[in-house]
Design a protein. Structure first.
Length: 90
């Protein structure tokens, strides 16, 4: 089934989702490498984002670093398993 969701999300927006549904997501979402998730939780870092109702995109970016400016080359989805342990606390 095709679903169209817009952040901020509410619990009722998610309750009927099933494995295999195609989800189109619109609105605000954030991403961060697995290390960010772990550090925010384990080191009690202040997170600059309120996660209530937004989506987290587990991704692996390729960044070209230079002294003047870092450039985003590409970004793609990655497995969430590395973040699973800290996700509830995040």
């Amino acid at each position: 089934m095709k679903r169209v969701l817009t952040t901020p999300l509410k619990t009722e927006d998610l309750k009927d989702l099933r494995i295999g549904d195609i989800v189109y997501l619109s609105g605000y979402l954030v991403t961060g490498r697995d290390d960010v998730h772990h550090r925010v939780v384990r080191e009690h870092m202040k997170c600059p984002v309120d996660f209530k109702g937004i989506a987290i995109f587990h991704a692996g970016p390729i960044i070209k670093e230079s002294p003047e400016k870092n450039e985003m080359i590409s970004i793609g989805p990655t497995s969430s398993i590395r973040m699973e342990q800290t996700q509830p606390d995040l």
